[in-house]
Design a protein around this ligand. Structure first.
Ligand code: PGA
Length: 247
């Protein structure tokens, strides 16, 4: 499993960041999963610089610009130089701040051009009876995938994160039956862009209130390749319990 810890802005002290990193290192050394930590930008700079551990790092976002006169931006080149492996693009919390599909595409392309692996977040705000959310997911995926080369498509990680399930509890998260259906649907779209076995190289993660109580059930038969975990990833005990639950 690929387990990505999205710390969001939950971790505000270096002391806590270091403590969570040491838990992640232990889990990673146990060897069951690929563990990726996505700290805030300042902590990322501190923790990822000179990283010699089996834990990998992700940025929570990347700049749309390529550098130069762009105050406050963190570019793909800067992240690549730090030794960061992944970058989350199109998280719903960034989209809520005005990020469009076109911006997500640009960020994805910058990440790929610098050798970073984009974790493209897609997800519907709500489930309507007419299933318009299905069309919404297709648009989010195809606005990025249609522009990429076959090789680039195969480097993508897709994180399916229904907005209605984010930041709640395991009991309010997606059911395993619904997740199975969504993964099949996402695979079908991926198959249109990557016919044959190529689409199997693209890993599909699930995110949205993954906790120790639902991780095992969600992972069991849904076809997902891992999780993108928010609030439960900044609680050392919960994060450890999730990793154990899906071992
Ligand atoms: P959550 O967040 O686990 O707190 O629901 C997931 C995410 O937004 O990536």
């Amino acid at each position: 499993m690929l387990i990505v810890a999205n710390w969001k802005a939950y971790v505000e002290t270096m002391e806590k960041a270091k403590r969570l990193l040491s838990v992640a290192k232990r889990l990673s050394m146990a060897g069951h999963h690929e563990i990726v930590i996505a700290p805030s930008a300042p902590h990322l700079g501190y923790l990822a610089g000179g990283n010699r551990t089996s834990v990998e790092f992700a940025a929570q976002d990347v700049s749309q610009t390529l550098g130069g006169a762009a105050t406050g931006e963190v570019t793909a080149g800067l992240l690549a130089d730090l030794g960061v492996s992944y970058v989350i693009v199109g998280h719903s919390e960034r989209r809520a701040a005005g990020e469009t599909d076109a911006i997500v595409l640009e960020k994805t392309r910058h990440a790929l051009a610098h050798g970073l692996i984009p974790i493209l977040c897609i997800g519907e705000r709500e489930r309507d009876a007419e299933a318009a959310y299905i069309t919404h997911l297709r648009t989010q995926l195809s606005s990025v995938l249609s522009v990429l080369s076959q090789k680039e498509r195969m480097r993508m990680v897709i994180a399916y994160e229904p907005i209605w399930a984010i930041g709640k509890s395991a009991a309010e998260s997606i059911t395993s039956a619904d997740l199975t259906e969504m993964v099949l649907y996402i695979r079908k779209i991926l198959g249109e862009f990557l016919p044959g076995k190529g689409n199997l190289k693209v890993r599909i993660l699930y995110g949205g209130s993954v906790e120790s109580a639902n991780a095992r059930t969600l992972a069991a038969s849904s076809g997902i390749d891992g999780f993108l975990i928010g609030h439960a990833s900044v609680d050392a005990a919960s994060f450890g319990a999730i990793a154990k639950a899906v071992s």
